[in-house]
Design a protein around this ligand. Structure first.
Ligand SMILES: Nc1ncnc2c1ncn2[C@@H]1O[C@H](COP(=O)(O)OP(=O)(O)O)[C@@H](O)[C@H]1O
Ligand SMILES: O=P(O)(O)OC[C@H]1O[C@](O)(COP(=O)(O)O)[C@@H](O)[C@@H]1O
Ligand SMILES: [Mg+2]
Length: 536
């Protein structure tokens, strides 16, 4: 691979970190304690153990023999294998590609049949080479103690990790007139679903596909005989992005994988575009595997939909930006209420089952949050270092305060019900209500007036239409999903990585939910912005 040119990273230098050092009750979670550095990412590991994910990472790295002079080459080869994207020729080695019918200089497939041959423009240079790659990690950490460092070996050496570049290929493995493409949207709503549906349909038509359908109400639509598939065309989807929600509907819970593949066979579906989060992608990968087992020439391509932004490796997922923007309205209302009341306290609960990205980014964007609580960073409500004591301090010094809490935070304070939704997700207790009640109780007990208001904007945020930035992301992801399917890939998902668009094999991005790294610069920035102390 070619040489990389390096640039310096902005941020506090070790020599200037003393202002962040923990005092008795200050920023212990920032983790600059170098003397305790036994593992590569101590703070992250501590949190990781709690949420049971990073054990896997250390297991992967602990099996590497760093005394082997070739360990890096072997690691990179192994990485290349892991991130290889499954292709139709893995199962059908004799499958012959045809020249792509996708060419921006030649839009005739919309109008013509292919009896006289496939239109193509050999001279066009708008295609992606199958060997093009995008660098997954772009920071060269010089020490495991650098904030957010992700090191493979104790010396934290530079290891290149490349993933597949997304986009249209010169050769395609499906004849457009033989394609029946289906789109399904699963899980909860997320801004941008309609934008992605629209782009998939438009791009399919540009390739020359005539049979495009929507599966209604998520995976359920495969098995419920009362639900018929929805014919889709550019005309049908032309304006769908102007409203939120999903044109096709969503649902949780699903029929068995084998029933879904039976249904696909009956309907003659050979391209399936699956829009959803971790659960949906697990389903998509299972469908892909089942199709392979049955030797069906089918492309299954995912588009990660998670407002929580909890899919691994990606810069962000669509809908996240809109959610952060929309959350500003709730935060601002909470701020105005709190600021206008005598000793006002506003509590805003934002989405994020296991990841606090929305809360962290919304806090950063608003500049009105005094306390941001996320699932990745443990906290106490009561006690000398607890949230409530700090709220009292804020009322004394500022007169009002605003708390932003991610829905998955502080679950240990709430009674567990073990209830799950139809998809098997744990039903969380309402931490927002709990904080509101505990705050009221606390101030009553200490005889200090406090006017506590609680806002839960979850469903208002989820139902929004995508903002401009998400609209663009959805457009690119939707188009790339179609390019990936035509290129013959299956069991893949699309994403954005270091601002470039890529394909990932599904299992690599859903092995556990992506979480905020409490040792990352972004969390440190959030703490700097809110000015909150550690609550442990
Ligand atoms: N491990 C799994 N294997 C197969 N299908 C799954 C799995 N987990 C969830 N699903 C299905 O995926 C769909 C969406 O899952 P859900 O967790 O509700 O949303 P999300 O995809 O956003 O995580 C549901 O229809 C659910 O039944
Ligand atoms: O009320 P519902 O539909 O179960 O959804 C609530 C959940 O949906 C979410 O918005 C995320 O849903 P997905 O995992 O489906 O993307 C969570 O933040 C929230 O816990
Ligand atoms: Mg899920």
């Amino acid at each position: 691979m070619e040489c990389i040119s390096h640039v310096s990273i902005a941020g506090p230098k070790l020599t200037s970190l003393h202002h962040l050092k923990p005092s008795l009750h200050f920023h212990r979670s920032r983790g600059f304690s170098l003397s305790n550095y036994h593992v590569f990412r101590p703070n992250l590991s501590r949190i990781a153990k709690r949420i049971g994910v990073f054990a896997e990472i250390s297991k992967q790295n602990s099996s590497i023999d760093f005394s082997d002079a070739d360990w890096k080459i072997k690691y990179q080869e192994d990485f290349e294998r892991r991130f290889n994207i499954p292709h139709i020729t893995d199962v059908f080695p004799d499958a012959q590609p045809i020249p792509s019918t996708f060419c921006l200089k030649m839009r005739t497939p919309l109008l013509e049949d292919f009896a006289g041959g496939y239109p193509s423009d050999e001279e066009w240079h708008g295609y992606i080479n199958n060997n093009d790659r995008v660098l997954l990690k772009v920071i060269k950490f010089s020490s495991p103690s650098s904030a957010g460092a992700e090191c493979i070996d104790p010396g934290c050496s530079w290891v290149e990790q490349w993933v597949h570049r997304a986009g249209p290929r010169e050769k395609i493995y499906f004849k457009p007139e033989e394609v029946k493409a289906a789109i399904v949207t699963c899980g909860g709503l997320c801004p941008g679903l309609n934008d992605v549906i629209r782009q998939i349909v438009i791009t399919l038509e540009i390739y020359g596909v005539k049979k495009i359908v929507g599966i209604p109400f998520g995976y359920r639509g495969f098995s419920d005989n009362d639900l018929s598939e929805m014919p889709l065309s550019r005309k049908v989807v032309q304006n769908v992005h102007l409203s939120g929600g999903s044109l096709l509907g969503v649902s949780r819970g699903s029929p068995s994988v084998s029933d879904m593949v039976d249904s696909m066979e009956e309907r003659g579906i050979n391209m399936l575009f699956v829009l959803g989060g971790n659960g949906t992608h697990a389903g998509a990968n299972a469908i892909h595997n089942e199709c392979r087992k049955r030797r069906l020439k089918v492309a299954v391509v995912g588009v990660p939909k998670t407002i929580d932004n909890d899919i691994l490796m990606m810069d962000k997922t669509f809908g996240f930006d809109t959610a952060v923007e929309e959350a500003q309205r709730a935060i601002n209302s909470a701020y105005i209420e709190a600021h206008s009341a005598y000793h006002g306290i506003g509590v805003v609960k934002l989405m994020g089952r296991s990841s606090g990205f929305i809360a962290m980014h919304a806090a950063l964007a608003s500049g009105q949050i005094d306390i941001c609580l996320i699932p990745e960073v443990p906290f106490h409500l009561h006690g000398p270092h607890g949230v409530l004591r700090h709220l009292k301090y804020l009322l004394e010094t500022k007169g009002s305060a605003v708390v932003c809490v991610a829905e998955g935070a502080g679950q240990s304070f709430l009674r567990k019900t073990n209830a799950t939704d139809a998809s098997g997700n744990i039903v969380l207790g309402d931490i927002g209500v709990h904080i509101q009640q505990e705050t009221k109780k606390y101030f009553k007990e200490i005889g200090v007036h406090a006017d506590v208001k609680y806002i839960d904007p979850t469903y208002m945020i989820r139902a929004c239409r995508a903002n401009a930035s998400d609209g663009i992301l959805c457009t690119v992801l939707g188009q790339n999903a179609v390019h990936g399917a035509f290129a013959g890939y299956s069991g893949i998902t699309v994403g954005i990585c270091n601002t470039h668009y890529v394909y990932f094999p599904i299992p690599e991005v859903i092995s556990y939910p992506r979480a905020v790294d409490p040792n990352s610069r972004m969390w440190h920035r959030c703490l700097t912005s809110t000015g909150q102390p550690d609550f442990i």
